[in-house]
Structures are given as structure tokens and as C-alpha cells.
Design a protein around this ligand. Sequence first.
Ligand code: C5P
Length: 421
Amino acid sequence: MVPWSLTPRPPWEGRRIVLGVTGGIAAYKSVQIARDLTLLGARVDVVMTEAAGRFVGPLSFEGVTGRKVADSLWSAEGSALHIALGRDADLLVVAPATADFLARAAQGRADDLLTTTLLATRAPVLMAPAMNHRMWDHSQTRANVEHCRDRLGYHLVGPYGGRLGAGEGSGMGRMAEPWEITEWCGRLAEGPSRALRGRRILITAGPTREPLDPVRFVGNRSSGLMGFALAREAWLRGGEVTLVTGPSGLTDPVGMTVVRVEKAREMLEAVRDHGAAADLLVYAAAVADYRPTSPSSRKTRKADTGSRFTIELEENPDIAAETRSLGTPGGVRVGFALETEDLLDRARAKLRKKGFHLVVANPADEPDSGFDVDTNRVTMVHEEGPPEILPLLSKEDVAAAILDRAERLLEAGRVAPGTSP
Ligand code: C5P
């Protein structure tokens, strides 16, 4: 499940994106990319190669972008167009990028509108290769890909293993999913100014599951949505993100290291393993405070327990408190406080006890806030100054608001990115 909204928002909003489409069967999926980028607020100019036109018609792209498709160099308008499109673009993305296109790009050819636009642009370039697996495995394709990536600095997403076109079976060569390409477009089209670029960021998310026996556990209602939204937003802003999450039905966000764990003690270990070099640690997980003292190795049966069944629990480690000295010197730590009463006082106490620089407090007893809903009503509690009460927002917007503040704290601390021990 990819729960993110498709409304105009940074980093896509207002960005000029050239979407190059070349001649492969995956071209039909590029209509979805054009649509989603447009809904996210980007101005999308589609440039099709002649071969692309054999797979999908320009009208499909025009219908979703509301802009005319460019497909020919051979007009007065066309020959000026490649310079204008290339010059003005914030990003050029080619999806699908066929073996032939990768070869022409690697050689610096300029024999159609898309290749000339590629030469004319100084914007970041993203390619999403798609082809038959035998073509992808060919040493010449490998050399072209390496040249595009290592010499020309183009970014590549995919291809992946999976089902190919009809009659081609499966193999390595399937284009990355449209939503993944859209996410990469956001990260790459975003301007160079954001404070999270190159920062190492660790985020905990989701619930934990503490086993009672092989089939039952003690857990909570956390869906992971808030933590996943934070991880995604941090990645879109250029961060190098590790997401440590308990069991969640959400799809792994694109581009980051995702460590899936079950128990609190596993989460603690994963945070220790991955957090040493972090400039920013955000503890958004709803960690079970207690675990069953002696989980059974076989399924507990009613016949064993009778009409009453008492479970003894013991305390779990407090991950945030135990890792309070983790991360780079001067790094920033953000925690959450979900409470039903004394919200602000308890949030302040947590700030001190767990070494947070910022605590995001939210009430646990409002229907549109907290667990399992996609909105949140939060108050930011700082080390100094009054709390900031935010209105009801989507969890994506809450994530952006939290990271705006974390960026400011990082900048105030003047920790240079990557100053890890
Ligand atoms: O004490 P409480 O659970 O309310 O604290 C909430 C904050 O501490 C959250 O940021 C949560 O992720 C973190 N926490 C933790 N390990 C625990 C309990 C809470 O990291 N065992």
C-alpha cells in the first residue's frame, strides 16, 4: 500500500520536469508517472521518441498533463525546443529507458529531440531502464549503464527482476514501478538548499510485537504511518535514511535502508547498529513497554490454562533513553509523546528524561489523531520557549513540520553533514 496523497506539494510543486519516453512496452506505465507528477504540482513536458509512439499515443500524455507532447526535432519550433526544454528543466527523467536509448545517451548522440534535450540540460538526469533480461545482461549494455552512471552522473532506478512482456517470461529488466520513479523525481528535482541533504537520519516506526507463544503476541494499534511519513519526507529532502520499523502493513519507502524487526529488544539492537553515524534520530515507534516474561515455545491451549489465564510481563528497554548518546556530536533527537492526560507536562518530562531536543505531543483519545488514522493533531514541545500548537494536519504535513524544525536545530548546532566518528 502506498498511502501518500496526490495533491500539489513540495518537492514536486512548481518543478519543471521533462519526462522522456522511449520505445518499450513499459511506455504505457509512463502515463501514470506523467499523471502523478502533474497531480503533485509539477509542470510535466513529455518528449517521446519515434519508437515510443508505436507503444503509446501522445494523446494519453496530453490528457493527463494538459500540455502538448514534443516528439520531433524537425521543425523550426522543434529545433529551438530542445534547448529551451533542457535549459529550463529542474529534472529530466527517462522512463522507460531502452537499451538503444542508453547506448545513444552513453555516446552523446543527438539524433532526436530527446537525446538533444539530454545534451542541452544541466539538470539532474534520472533513467529507469526497461528491457528484455538478455539485453540488460549484455556486456555492451552494462558498459553503457556504467558510463551513464559513473562518467555522466546520471541516476538510475531499476530495473528489477520480475515479469517481462508477454512471451518474454521473467528476468532482470522490468521497469521500476511508476510510484517509485515519481518518488525519485521528487528527491532529485528538489533544490540544493535543504539542510537534510547528505545527512544520516535514523527513524523508528510502527508497533512492536512481544510474543506470548508462536502465534500470539502483545502489541498495539500503531500502523507505522507517522514514522513512514517521516522517513519518506527525510529522504525526499536528500537525507540518507534508515527506517527501523516494527510490523507494519505499509510498503517499504523508496531509496532507503529498511530494517524490519518484531520485538523491542530487536529494535534496540537495530537502532544501535545503524544509528552511530546519525545526525538526526527520530523515535516514532510505539514500543511495547512490557513483554511476556516467559513466552511459550508451543501454542498455549485452553486445556492448559483453564478459564483464567494470567500473563506475567516484564519491562522492555526504553530504546530512546538507552540510545541517548548515540549519533554524531551535536546531532538532533526527536521523540513522541502520545498521552490521554497531562499531555504537555508529560511531554516536557520525556524531553529531559530521554535527551530529546523536540517532543511531538499528540492526544491518544481523539478520533482524528494518533493511531491508525492518516491525520494528526500535534503540539511541538521545545527545550526552550512555549509549545507550538499545530492544527489538524495529514501525517505527511506533520512529518514536514517536524523536519522543518529538526533542520533548524541541525543548522543551529552547525553539525556538518557526515561528521561521523
Ligand atoms: O515513555 P513513552 O513511551 O511515552 O515515550 C515515548 C517516546 O519514547 C517515543 O518517542 C518512543 O518512540 C520512545 N520509546 C522508546 N522505547 C520505549 C518506549 C518509548 O524508544 N521502550
